[in-house]
Structures are given as structure tokens and as C-alpha cells.
Design a protein around this ligand. Structure first.
Ligand code: TMP
Length: 208
């Protein structure tokens, strides 16, 4: 099997950090070579752009924000993701282009076809082999965000913004079920863990 590109995505407060650990443990248990990374970020330039993008003091128009996400992504692909995959190492990215469709497209209102143009330009044919979409009802997301000590530029948005973000994520997942697994993250942790492990096992053709 070729090295797989797997992404984890979902609205803020969907439980990414907890479930990333589940994914890390799964790869370790099965002794598979894997590299964990995140967006925006993953490279020196990408992390610098991340600081700017998440800083509540930053003023950025919706096109600028979209272009900066893709600038970070281009560097991430060239410097990290593609070389790892070519070396036979699986890559798991905490967020990827689905987040741009959801946040800049759904949330901010950038036309989705414009994002598709950038996606094709930056990524060529590369798409994640599997995206784990963590989903929670909006109230759960909002209540988890409200517990964050300091809210970043996105976490400061209102419920309507996240409603639109979530809608785009769910629509994208529904339109290509072979590439997405929607993980109901509003269940007991043990149940969510099982669901993620079963999904990965199925994808890699390994007995759960
Ligand atoms: P997180 O790593 O804590 O999830 O924070 C990243 C934030 O950046 C999150 O609110 C989603 C946002 N984001 C976008 O708006 N567009 C993107 O393309 C990516 C990768 C992230």
C-alpha cells in the first residue's frame, strides 16, 4: 500500500486534540511509519503564518486570509507532506483544505469555486486518502470554545459563523463518502476511540 495522507478536521471544539492522541496510539500499536503535522503550520514559515492568522489583532480580508492559508499549505506540501509520502511514510495532518472550504468558504463567504481553483493550483492531484471529520452539535462546540482560556481569531466568531462552517464540512463529507468518515464526537470517549480505530483499521485493511 502506498503511503497514505490522512487528515483530521472539524469545527473548533470538536475534540481534535483528544482524538489525535487516539490516532497516534493506533499507528504506534500497529508499528506503521507515520509523521504528524498540522495546518496552518507544519513548517517554519507555516508556523509564522499561523501566528499571524490566529492572532486576534490581525486584520486580514477574506481573500488575504484564504491566500495565506494556501501559502502555508504550499510550503507544507513541498517541504514536508510530499517528501514524507514519497519516502513511504504515512502523513496525518491536523486540518487541511477542508478547513479552508469550511472556514473561509462557509464561514467567511469566499466562493467555493474560487477555493477549488487554489486547491488545484497548489495541490495538483493530491487529495487526502481519508479524512476523519469530527462532528459535534453547535452547542457542544460553542460551550467547549467558551472554556478556552484565550480565544484565537477564529474562536472569537459567533455561533452563526460556526453553523456555516459545520454545514460545509458535512456537505463535503456527504458528497464523497468514500473519502470521509464522519465521527460523532459527542459520544462517550471510549465509543469515539473505537469508531476511530475501526475506521483506520478498515482503511488500512488491518483486523481491528
Ligand atoms: P486549531 O489548530 O486549533 O484547530 O486552529 C486552527 C484554526 O485555523 C481553526 O480555527 C481553523 C482555522 N483554519 C482556517 O480557517 N482555514 C484553514 O485552511 C485551516 C487549515 C485552519
Amino acid at each position: 500500500m502506498q503511503a497514505q495522507f490522512i487528515t483530521l478536521d472539524g469545527i473548533d471544539g470538536a475534540g481534535k486534540s483528544t482524538n489525535l492522541q487516539v490516532i497516534r496510539n493506533w499507528f504506534a500499536t500497529h508499528n506503521l511509519p507515520v509523521y504528524f503535522t498540522r495546518e496552518p503550520g507544519g513548517t517554519m514559515l507555516g508556523e509564522a503564518l499561523r501566528d499571524i492568522l490566529l492572532n486576534p489583532a490581525t486584520r486580514a480580508g477574506l481573500r488575504t486570509e484564504t491566500l495565506l492559508m494556501f501559502a502555508a499549505r504550499q510550503q507544507h506540501l513541498d517541504e514536508i507532506i510530499l517528501p514524507k509520502l514519497e519516502a513511504g511514510i504515512h502523513v496525518v495532518s491536523d486540518r487541511f483544505t477542508d478547513a479552508t472550504f469550511a472556514y473561509q468558504g462557509g464561514g467567511r463567504g469566499v466562493p467555493l469555486p474560487d477555493i477549488e481553483i487554489l486547491e488545484n493550483w497548489v495541490q495538483g492531484n493530491l487529495r487526502p486518502n481519508l479524512t476523519l471529520l469530527l462532528d459535534v452539535p453547535l452547542e457542544v462546540s460553542m460551550s467547549r470554545i467558551s472554556q478556552a482560556r484565550e480565544k484565537d481569531r477564529f474562536e472569537q466568531e459567533q455561533a452563526e459563523f460556526f453553523t456555516r462552517v459545520r454545514e460545509v464540512y458535512l456537505k463535503r463529507a456527504a458528497s464523497s463518502p468514500e473519502h470521509y468518515a464522519i465521527i460523532d464526537s459527542n459520544r462517550p470517549l471510549e465509543h469515539v476511540r473505537q469508531n476511530i480505530e475501526n475506521t483506520l483499521a478498515r482503511h488500512f485493511g488491518i483486523a481491528a
